[in-house]
Design a protein around this ligand. Structure first.
Ligand code: GAL
Length: 369
C-alpha cells in the first residue's frame, strides 16, 4: 500500500498507556465522528501497546486480553469500521513489546495474518527487545513482506525511533511512515528537540513514506501517560504547525472525549491541515535559521517561522528569499493560517515579531505586483 498524504488519526498511547479497553475505543470512535475530527481528516483509530494476553494461544496466535476486550478484536474493528473509520493495532519487531507483551519476532507471518483476519488497516511496529544480532532493517522487511502477503491492505507504520540510520533503509521495508525520532512527552522541550532532530531528515520525507515525528500532544494539558507538565496554547499551536509543515502524520494523543475549545481549534484548523495534506508533499527548505518554505500543489508557498528560543525575536521574509526577484514582477500576498490576517509586502519584505516558542504559519499567494 502506498500513501500519498500523511496519515491522520488517533492513538491510545499518549494518554492511556496500558489503561485501554473496548469501551474507550468505542467512545473514542463515536467522538471522532461527532466532534468533526473525522470530517477534518482523522481516520485511523489505533490501539497501541498492552492490548494482548502475555501468552499466545495453542496455535501460536496473539490473543486480545479478554478483560480489556471481552468482545474480541474483530468486534472492536467492526465497530470502528461501522463509524466509517479505519482500525489500527500495534506489535513490535523484537521478542517482546516495549510493555513486555508477546511481539512478532519469528511470528511475522502468523501475526500479519491474524491482524488481517481481525480487519486491521494499520500496524504500528515498534523496536523493543530486538535480538542483538538481528539487523533492524531485515526485521522490518520481514513484517513488510508479511503484511504485503496478508491478503489485506494494511498501512505499515514503522517505529524504530530513527535508530541504526533508519532513513537509509526504511523504504526497502515497504513502510508507509516511519518514526524518525524518539518518544514525545507533553512538554515544550520535547517538541523543540523533535523539531531540531527532524530538520536534517526532511530530504528523506515524502509521498509513499512519511517521517513520523510521533503522536501529537495537543490538548493533553499535562494529563495522561506521557503528560509531563503540559504546554501553553501557543506551544501546542507551534507543535501542530511544525508537524503540519514537515508533513508528519497527525495522530492525536489526547482524550478527545473531553477536548476543550482551544484543543478543537488547533486540531481542526482546516488551513493548517491543508498544508499538511498537500497532495504533492514537497520537501520544505530552510532559509536562514528557522524560516521554512514549501511549494504547494496549487503554486502557493507555505511559510513557517519558528521561534524556538526563550526570548522574543524579529523574523523577516523577503521576496528575494523565496526566489522572487525584481525581474519576475511578482509579489506575495500572505495569509496567517491561525489569525487569518492578510499581509502585503510593499517593501518586498515582511517582519514579524515572535514571542518565545511562537510560530507563524503563513500561506503566500504569488500575484502580480
Ligand atoms: C515506544 C513507542 C511509543 C509507544 C510505546 C509503547 O517504543 O515509541 O510510541 O508505542 O513504545 O510501549
Amino acid at each position: 500500500m502506498k500513501v500519498n498524504t500523511p496519515p491522520m488519526g488517533w492513538n491510545t498511547w499518549n494518554t492511556f498507556g496500558d489503561k485501554i479497553n473496548e469501551e474507550l475505543i468505542r467512545q473514542t470512535a463515536d467522538v471522532m465522528v461527532s466532534s468533526g475530527l473525522k470530517d477534518a481528516g482523522y481516520e485511523y483509530l489505533v490501539i497501541d501497546d498492552c492490548w494482548s494476553l502475555k501468552e499466545r494461544d495453542a496455535e501460536g496466535r496473539l490473543q486480545a486480553d479478554p478483560e480489556k476486550f471481552p468482545s474480541g478484536m474483530k468486534a472492536v474493528a467492526d465497530y470502528v469500521h461501522s463509524k466509517g473509520l479505519k482500525f489500527g493495532m500495534y506489535s513490535c519487531c523484537g521478542t517482546l513489546t516495549c510493555g513486555q507483551y508477546p511481539a512478532s519476532y519469528e511470528h511475522e507471518t502468523v501475526d500479519a495474518e491474524t491482524f488481517a483476519s481481525w480487519g486491521v488497516d494499520f500496524l504500528k511496529y515498534d523496536h523493543c527487545f530486538k535480538p542483538q544480532n538481528e539487523p533492524s532493517d531485515m526485521l522490518y522487511r520481514k513484517m513488510g513482506m508479511a503484511l504485503a502477503n496478508s491478503g489485506r491492505d494494511i498501512l505499515f507504520s514503522a517505529c524504530s525511533w530513527g535508530v541504526n540510520e533508519t532513513h537509509k533503509w526504511i523504504k526497502s521495508t515497504d513502510a508507509d511512515m516511519w518514526r524518525s525520532t524518539g518518544d514525545i512527552f507533553d512538554k515544550w522541550e520535547s517538541v523543540k528537540q523533535i523539531y531540531e532532530q527532524n530538520k536534517a531528515l526532511q530530504p528523506y520525507n515524502g509521498r509513499g513514506c512519511f517521517n513520523d515525528m510521533d503522536m501529537l500532544i495537543v490538548g493533553m494539558n499535562g494529563k495522561g501517560n506521557v503528560g509531563l507538565g503540559g504546554c501553553t496554547e501557543t506551544e501546542y499551536r507551534t507543535h501542530f504547525s511544525i508537524w503540519a509543515m514537515f508533513a508528519s502524520p497527525l495522530m492525536i494523543g489526547c482524550d478527545i472525549r473531553s477536548m476543550d475549545d482551544a484543543t478543537k481549534n488547533i486540531l481542526m484548523n482546516k488551513d493548517v491541515i491543508a498544508i499538511n495534506q498537500d497532495e504533492n508533499a514537497r520537501q520544505p527548505y530552510e532559509i536562514g535559521s528557522d524560516l521554512w518554505v514549501r511549494l504547494l500543489a496549487n503554486g502557493d508557498l507555505a511559510i513557517m517561522f519558528v521561534n524556538a528560543g526563550d526570548t522574543a525575536r524579529h523574523m523577516a521574509i523577503s521576496l528575494r528569499d523565496v526566489g522572487l526577484t525584481r525581474a519576475s514582477h511578482k509579489t506575495l500576498k500572505l495569509t496567517d493560517m491561525w489569525s487569518k490576517e492578510e499581509f502585503d509586502m510593499p517593501n518586498e519584505i515582511k517582519v514579524f515579531n515572535l514571542e518565545p516558542h511562537e510560530c507563524k504559519l503563513l500561506r503566500g499567494k504569488i500575484v502580480d505586483e
